[in-house]
Design a protein around this ligand. Structure first.
Ligand SMILES: *[C@@H]1O[C@H](CO)[C@@H](O)[C@H](O)[C@H]1NC(C)=O
Ligand SMILES: *[C@@H]1O[C@H](CO)[C@@H](O)[C@H](O)[C@H]1NC(C)=O
Length: 378
């Protein structure tokens, strides 16, 4: 079979297997073609990298632990939540907030070709979409957010305990003050996708600075990052020239004044100047383009950038978490829970740096919320 034909075949397989990619491909044909060429040898290269690092474990010498170890027995109820669990973050007190979809599953019928949600006539998710876990005991401490959301995606807790949520069906971003039942900030028009100043298209994540300025990754069907003032005034749009293919997750490193983006389908991480300390926001300062696999989520602390991969589009491949060095861009370690990842979707570090949490949308995943310890062995 000629190279040309085999690529055609891959193309077909991808169209069948992934509705999201199908829609993405329609709007980004050129980038997709380029990306396709990388798939043939990508997994071989990744396997080599993983083989080199697989014997590494946490060591006393490491300044910061790059090898997260699963905490067995956390959370208490391992069958809850049951469905697609999309977002996770940790507040300053260490409590773990997750955003899940109840019985709703994102499938090929969820959206039409124009990214319009197809089940608007049905009621929103009737169970509490946000669940708050105790970081130590794994007990559920609280939950909220029933009868409001349609397709939960990103969850971010800022330094003032505000909860920021994105819903890809609603094409909106919400901010809730602690304990509030109504949002005090809503961006985007309900159920209406778009790419201008007041519309998003399946926005994926939010990152919030101490000053209250925030960033939105937008999203499955746009290729841009938006920076807003604390009250929601658009300050800057950037990243468009870098042809991102599903900017899926954000992590803000305020000490370095950079914002890193999981550019999911381009299998890379892009870091931009955040523009919080006088620099101009949106200058590309780092490009981790080294066959990382589909990068679903990123979180960073000091020089360590943690990420989770998604499953390969072509065939079945093991899915890993990876720890990268921000300064050298090297892969420091790879990690996964005892029973393996299926389709990890988001990850978050506790502010004290001792734990890392991962949530899963994989149907057959052993758990939907994982806790990993970053503590050095005694
Ligand atoms: C765990 O959660 C499930 C719902 O997914 C519920 O049916 C079950 O009763 C819970 N178990 C415990 C011990 O709370
Ligand atoms: C955030 O919430 C936690 C838990 O209720 C509390 O301990 C902490 O003081 C709060 N932080 C702020 C800045 O309000």
């Amino acid at each position: 079979m000629s190279i040309f034909k085999s690529h055609k075949l891959y193309f077909l397989l991808i169209l069948i297997s992934s509705p999201t990619i199908f829609r993405t491909v329609r709007s980004h044909p050129v980038y997709y073609e380029r990306n396709l060429n990388q798939y043939t040898d990508f997994y071989e290269q990744l396997q080599e990298l993983l083989a080199i690092h697989k014997n590494r474990v946490a060591s006393h010498e490491n300044e910061v632990n790059d090898y997260p170890v699963e905490v067995i027995g956390w959370p208490k109820n391992q069958t809850f939540p049951k469905g697609q669990t999309a977002g996770v973050d940790v507040d300053s007190a260490g409590r773990v907030h997750v955003f899940h979809r109840g019985d709703v599953v994102w499938d090929a019928k969820s959206f039409d070709w124009n990214n319009v949600y197809q089940h608007q006539d049905q009621p929103p998710i009737s169970v509490d979409s946000v669940i708050i876990f105790d970081s130590k005991t794994g007990d559920i401490q609280n939950s909220w957010g029933k009868n409001r959301f349609y397709m939960p995606h990103g969850l971010t807790i800022d330094k003032n305990n505000n909860t920021w949520l994105t819903d890809v069906a609603l094409h909106q971003v919400f901010k809730f003050k602690p304990g509030a039942s109504e949002p005090d900030l809503v961006l985007g028009q309900r159920f209406v996708p778009g790419n201008d100043e007041s519309h998003f298209c399946k926005p994926t994540d939010v990152a919030v600075a101490s000053s209250g300025k925030f960033y939105v990754s937008d999203g499955y069907c746009n290729s841009r990052i938006l920076m807003f003032s604390p009250s929601g005034q658009l300050l800057k749009e950037f990243g468009k020239k870098d042809d991102m293919l599903v900017p899926h997750s954000l992590t803000l490193l305020e000490n370095l004044d950079i914002l890193c983006v999981a550019d999911r389908e381009n299998e890379r991480i892009l870091c931009y100047s955040a523009g919080l300390q006088g620099s101009s926001p949106g200058l590309l300062v780092k490009n981790f383009h080294k066959n990382l696999g589909r990068v679903f989520a990123v979180a960073a602390r000091d020089d360590h950038l943690y990420m989770v991969q998604g499953p390969g589009i072509i065939g079945k491949h093991p899915v890993h978490g990876l720890t990268l060095s921000l300064s050298t861009k090297k892969i420091l370690n790879s990690w996964s829970p005892v029973e393996g990842f299926v389709n990890p979707h988001d990850l978050a570090l506790s502010p004290d740096g001792t734990s890392l949490y991962v949530v899963e949308i994989g149907e057959n995943a052993a758990k939907k919320v994982y806790k990993f310890s970053l503590q050095k062995p005694n």
